[in-house]
Structure formats: C-alpha cells, structure tokens
Design a protein around this ligand. Sequence first.
Ligand code: NAI
Ligand SMILES: O=C(O)/C=C/C=C(\O)C(=O)O
Length: 496
Amino acid sequence: MTTITSGRVLTTRRLSHFIGGRFVEGDGHTLENINPATGELVNVVPVADAGVVDEAVKAARRALEGPWRRMSDHERASILRKVADGILRRFDEFVRAEVLDTGKPASLASHIDIPRSAANFNSFADQVLTLSTESFGTATPDGAGALNYSIRVPRGVIAVVCPWNLPLLLLTWKVAPALACGNTVVVKPSEETPTTATLLGEVMQEAGVPPGVYNVIHGLGPDSAGEYLTRHPEVNGITFTGETKTGVAIMKAAAEGVRPVSLELGGKNAAVVFADCNLDRAVEGVTRSVFANCGQVCLGTERVYVERPIFDQFVARLASAGAALKMGDPFDNTTTMGPLISKSHREKVLSYYQRAKAEGASVILGGGTPNLSSRFATGFFIEPTIWTGLREDSVVLREEIFGPCCHISPFDHEDAVVAAANSGPYGLATSIWTENLARAHRVAAGIEVGIAWVNCWFLRDLRTPFGGSKQSGIGREGGVHSMEFYTELRNVCVKL
Ligand SMILES: NC(=O)C1=CN([C@@H]2O[C@H](COP(=O)(O)OP(=O)(O)OC[C@H]3O[C@@H](n4cnc5c(N)ncnc54)[C@H](O)[C@@H]3O)[C@@H](O)[C@H]2O)C=CC1
Ligand SMILES: O=C(O)/C=C/C=C(\O)C(=O)O
C-alpha cells in the first residue's frame, strides 16, 4: 500500500484485527497510526464496530469450550514459555514496531519494554504452578466430618484495555496471567500504539495458543471499540491501565452485569529527598523517574520534595541531568529522550508549561519545544522542564501532566513532607531517598500509595503487589494477586 503523507511517499502496512486465530480486515473504516518522532504514517489501522467486537467476544467464548481451559496448568505454562521465547526470537521486530508507534528510544524499548514483555509470560507461567488454595476439615454431628476445599476456576472472557505509554509491557502484564489461569482474552490496544499487540497474535499462533484464546480488536475508546468491549455482556472481567477519568467510565460499564474490574490509573507521584541521602543515587534515580519515557510513566515523579539544606544543590544537579538529555532519532543509540505520544498530548503538556508560568513558577529548565533538525523537526518533542516556587495548591502541582517535567519544593520537617505528598486525589507511587533506615520505613508507611520505593525507582519484582490507592486505582496485580483477579474461588464441601 502506498500513501502520501506530509509530502513524503511511504510504503505502509495495513494492520488487521486478530479474531479466532485469523487476521481479519475491518469494514474499511480506519484510523492512521502516526510515528510521534517524525509525524509520518506508520500504518493504517481498522476500527472495530460493535459487530466486530461481538465477533471477537464470541470467538473468545467459544475458545473457553475448547482445549485451553481443559489443559493442565503445566501444559498452559509450557505454551506461555513458548510465547516468551517467540517474543525474544523476534526481538528486533518487536523493538522496531514499539519504537515506530511510540517514538521512544530503541535503547529503552530493548532494555525495558520487550524483555519485560517476555518476562511477564515466564513469570506468570511460574506463578500458576505454585498457586495454592485452602482446605478445612469440618466437624459434623455424626462425627464423620466433612472436607472443605477450594478450587480456582478461570473467570471466562477477560477484556484487556491498554494505554500507549508501555504498550506491549502493560498488555502482557495482563494477558499473561489471564491466560495462565485458563481465561481467554479480547485485547483493545491503544489507538496510538496498535502494532505490537497485533504482532503478538502471530507469536501466539506459532507457540500453539489455540484459536480464539487471544484476540485483538482495534479502535478508539468512547463510542468505539473500547466502550463496545467493556459494555459487552459476555465479558466476565475487565482489566484496564490508563487515565482515571477512563477508569471511571469503565467501572460504570462493568457495573452493568456486575463484572469485576482491575484498574491501574493516574498518579501525581512525589519523590522525597532527605538531606542525609546518597546524593548521587538520588539525583540519578529522580532523573529517571521524572524523564524516563519522556515522563509518560504512571509511576513517574512530577513532584519532588527536597530537604532544605541540600535544596539548591539538588535543583542544580537535576537541572544539569535534564539538560544533558539528548532528543532526536530514536534508533540512534545516543538518543536518551523521545517525543510525546501525539500532537494533542504535546498540546496538553505545553498547556501545563504555560500554566506553570501563569501560576508564578520559576522555570529552572526548559519550558518549551526544542529545535530539532531534519525529519525530527515534525515530531512531537518537548523540552525536559523543571520548575520551583509554586504553591502547593496550584493546578500544576495537583493534576497529572504525563510529560518530562517536575516541580521541586523545599521542606523542613518529615511530618510536613508526608502531608504534602499525601495531598491530592492520587496515590500510586513514591520514592524516598535517605540513609536513615528508621525514617525510610516510617515515611514509606506514612505516604498513601500502592508502591513505595526506598533509594530506588521502578525496581520491579513481578511477584509483588502492584496498583494504586485513592483515585490511582482499584485492586492489585502481580504474582498471586493477579491470580486472584483472573480466577474465582469455588468452595467444595465433601461430607465424609
Ligand atoms: N498509565 C497511565 O496512567 C496513563 C495515563 N494516561 C493519561 O491519560 C491521558 C489520556 O490518554 P489516553 O490514551 O486518551 O488514555 P485513556 O485512558 O483515555 O486510554 C487508554 C485506553 O483506554 C481506551 N478508552 C478510552 N476511553 C474508553 C472508554 N470510555 N471505554 C473503554 N475504553 C476506553 C483507549 O482507547 C485506550 O486503549 C494522557 O494525557 C495521560 O495524562 C495515558 C496513558 C497511560
Ligand atoms: O508493570 C510495570 O512494571 C509498569 C507499569 C507502568 C504503568 O502501569 C504505566 O506507566 O502506566
């Protein structure tokens, strides 16, 4: 297929839905998937209407009657390990697809996104083999007793709705445990990043995942594929990562039919840096937590609190680390920061850059868009930005921006910084930087979040509970917690 875009002639692919083990063309209604680093077209993507979504859910339902659910946990685990191997075998292809869809540096996709996606399958293949249930010996009047034991059954068809910031990583974080437990899935990747979900369909086939167990439909959210899927009455559970407002819409959809939801939503995460920290480690960690993936990580830091004696030094060091980031060709190994995901997202983040100035911030670094040369001048790049001097109640300190920016405030007392970190509606993650062990434990317990890191950030063990407090989500995934969401316990009482 040949397409003319931005004055360039490109050969592009047309993606398909993946339903019942087949790649399915849509009805001709499509959307364009744009490379955020250049503004060029990557591929043309079909948009599923209600009929296509119904077909996918029905394929997933039929597959529940097939071999997948009847296989032993060992057999399913062995197929999931083949999926992991398949991702690694096609590593470069996955990296390239993820980079073209997101604009993130290939070094990041090769280091985090794609290896973690394979690790998700291996980890949940392990997890399903060590899952235990409870049993009780129960006294009965005749003295013979009864045995109560519980079994875990798959929930059925799971709707998986994914965002664009870590497309394959977050998709597989949900698909791997859902499949390990014997469910079937219908995945709706973000309209911004549809490619790796589709490529995974090929890997699933090669690995021997039966038709209909893994289905992918493309499209938008409201009044489109996302909404049709989450409202579909034959979906038995919904897992979602993305914006809090979308989480609310999905929870409402799930209420119809009383379906369980697992929601990992937005954040406005605080990093707390005490004067007794190892400053080199703190600067390195906070630099990553603010700027990694161009600030498009729900766990990232947008509020930094630094104890006053080291405030000026910390601000200067974070600013010089931010200034050293190199934007440009994502496939160049020296590039350390990609663009934002889309033109509209850049407009949103720039509106906060303007708002910060209007609210009286001192701009320590950045605040605008960079001048890049050649092809990348039309990409959605934005400057890494640091502010100081804002009031705690300013909009920029309360709303999730999802860009490469942070505000740094000084603090004097532990209680006050814990209160500041806890202000606002979100409670996803925090990082605490101190060499005082007692203080580290105290502050980690005091900040209302699902994930507290001490002297590190994004150090992940896939067995640990992962999720948010307050408006940052409902439920926990990871390890046994994923197994709890993707199965239902059934108690069996046997009279002896
Ligand atoms: N992990 C996170 O916390 C993320 C947060 N965001 C934040 O959300 C903002 C908006 O980004 P979006 O991509 O629009 O996020 P979003 O939350 O609207 O979209 C995520 C996924 O949900 C789907 N979706 C949207 N509305 C839906 C609905 N009513 N029913 C069912 N599915 C629906 C989308 O098609 C996409 O697949 C960003 O500017 C950023 O601030 C975005 C991505 C990830
Ligand atoms: O599971 C992880 O390690 C990372 C999760 C990150 C997000 O959920 C996000 O940025 O949206």
